[in-house]
Design a protein around this ligand. Sequence first.
Ligand code: N01
Length: 548
Amino acid sequence: MPPSSVNPPSADTGVDVVIVGAGFSGLYLLHRLRKQGLSTRCFERGDGVGGTWYWNRYPGARCDVESMQYSYGFDNELQQEWNWPEKFSGHADIRAYADHVTDRFGLRSHIDFETEVRAAHYDEGPRLWRIQTSTGEKITARHFVMAGGCISTAQIPNFEGLADYTGKTYHTGRWPHEAVSFAGLRVAVIGTGSSAIQAIPVIAQEAAHLTVFQRQANFTIPSRNHPMTADYADTWKNGYAEKRHEMRYMPNGVLRELNDKSALEVTEAERLATYEERWRIGGSGFLGAFNDIMTNREANDTMAEFVRNKIRQTVKDPVTAEVLCPKTHPIGTKRLCVDTGYFETYNRDNVELVDISQTPIDRLTGNGLTVNGRDFTFDAIVFATGFDAMTGTLFNVDIRGRGGLELKTKWAAGPRTYLGLMTERFPNLFMITGPGSPSVKSNMITSIEQHVDLVADTIIHMRDRGLAVIEPERAAEDEWVDHVQEVAYKTLFPQANSWYMGANIPGKPRLFMPYIAGVGRYRRICEDVVGEGYKGFRFEAEQAMAAN
Ligand code: N01
């Protein structure tokens, strides 16, 4: 007999769990909960699955965690049967995988596509979430799970004259589904973050002329992507059980070689040879060259200067090379980018770099933009200007907890969570990879699986024990918020004006959002919390409701 639902039958269209998002979080959560006989609704604003990979279809969009690791580990047959064509997959291959998973586990018919959750209000009487969607539907749920991703609210700065521009505009994070051709066009890219650094080399090959507007230069490492070999895939497939386990306790949820030496304890020759070897291998594992890169500025400077010298060797025009050399932040404190031919692109005759660090874009005009009095004309502008990360997507829903408290109000000075999973006064609201969890500082799929398992196990734990409500204790939350900051401030991360700090959004409070003590340490903390009877959480029993 299937286990019974946790939600008592009611006149409302009530379900046990409402899930927002059908990306990698939402899909796996839907699978876990349905397998346990729970009733669900899953709402997705796109018309397909894949989350971030559904939206980020810009030219060159590719994951920088290798696919043998950036993939689900919850089902052995799935990981054995799926074949990745390249070491680092492009967006279309990752979407194909998300589609495969959706159909393989029969999830598609359980997702409401092109539907946004607009509001979720906690009703303290029946202890339910009252949820309203963009189609006007109203439903109730015992549990409400925000699985909408950390980097999914695209941001276009409020440039003066934005509405005057009559050419084509694109944002990397909301790329059209139909093919976009830049052939013969004068194109601008604004921004030089991870998205721009992937898109620029591809757009440059097609456009008549490309102008890149750079505010801060960024560190990027060659990806050295290549077609998957059968031998390499087999080493993973034959050892997946152990490898997945090991990944789950690695600092970033990625199995890679870490060097436990300080950059300052070796000779300069050894240090340079180590950087050279990691540069040859490529990818974001570069940061693991020494154990103090993210904690010691002197050690960090040696790595930063190595990369700057690579830029100087690659870019032929010395003035352009110097503008491309990042000097505003220690390497790794803003997301390290990974590229294919980025710096080489500036050797092309049809590419110009415009430094806007001292003189920002004045305004957009009818046919382009002006910087420092110079007019530029463009047929198309690509905004690679990033996202309102980690909190933007949560705030897009009108979420209200006990006493009608708005999440936005509670988090006015920055996000406050216990374990990045829940927030006090918002009972039965879970966040998958929320602020205060390793999330964006890790292999997202490793962290997603850990959170989904924790949330699904908790909901089942509650059902099996007749528990109606779970909510973090205020003291546990306060302690966790302090701990997340304390860990961050022992590193160099807060020295950068990064989106990790909320620094890219005017008016957003400055608080370091991800938990950076490592995926392994975080997982152990969660295991201890559960092992000690959900330490830091309080429960309410179903009976209490019946007595009310
Ligand atoms: O966004 P970003 P992104 N005027 O915020 C500039 C993940 N990701 O989409 O640095 C002019 O990093 C801004 O300038 P500055 C990854 O986690 C992963 O590139 O603030 N410029 C910056 O250059 C990543 O970190 C992958 O001075 C303005 C750029 O726009 C995250 O997504 C690939 C401006 C924004 O960079 C976001 O990356 C892609 C203004 N008013 C993305 N406002 C992989 O897995 C902003 N900028 C490989």
